[in-house]
Design a protein around this ligand. Structure first.
Ligand code: SF4
Ligand code: SF4
Length: 152
């Protein structure tokens, strides 16, 4: 997973505030949290930073594919065992007779389901990592034997 320091090294390090933040380090933190876009740093779009911009786009690509809670599913590593589906406390609370016990979902408020042998994230806004009261639940990542789920 990309770190704040890696992102910071790819900023222009001008602290010019054009992105709306006081420092390039603050911009790097906001980029990783997906509160800012790469393009919000207008100096990065200048030709002299072309190489940094290219590398930054590369390292940020997986982050851009994350849900609102930061959850990323690496489909190539998932083999559909369903551990995460039954471990997710929201699935257990919202769908006790369906996905929580390894059956097909009976509620439309489940987060994780296995479809065609690969897990899908259906309702990221139900995830305990979403919104102002978020908690750092990680039961889905902790139970995955193949590290197919991660949070950024
Ligand atoms: S972080 Fe927690 S609530 Fe969110 S999908 Fe994973 S197990 Fe479910
Ligand atoms: S993400 Fe991991 S735990 Fe979930 S179904 Fe895929 S392999 Fe199993």
């Amino acid at each position: 997973m990309v770190s704040v320091m890696e992102i910071y090294q790819l900023t222009p390090k001008l602290n010019c505030k054009k992105c709306g933040l006081p420092t390039c380090m603050a911009f790097a933190v906001a980029l990783l949290a997906r509160e800012k876009q790469i393009e919000d740093c207008t100096p990065l779009l200048e030709p002299k930073y072309e190489e940094k911009l290219k590398k930054l786009r590369e390292v940020m690509a997986p982050v851009a594919g994350a849900t609102e809670t930061g959850l990323i599913i690496h489909e190539d590593r998932c083999y559909g065992c369903g551990n995460c589906v039954v471990a997710c406390p929201v699935n257990v609370a919202n769908d006790p007779k369906g996905s929580a016990i390894g059956l097909g979902p009976k509620s439309d408020k489940v987060i994780l389901v296995v479809e065609d042998g690969v897990v899908k994230c259906l309702n990221p806004k139900e995830c305990r990592r979403f919104g102002p009261n978020r908690i750092l639940c990680n039961l889905c990542t902790a139970t995955c034997p193949s590290k197919a789920i991660e949070f950024v």
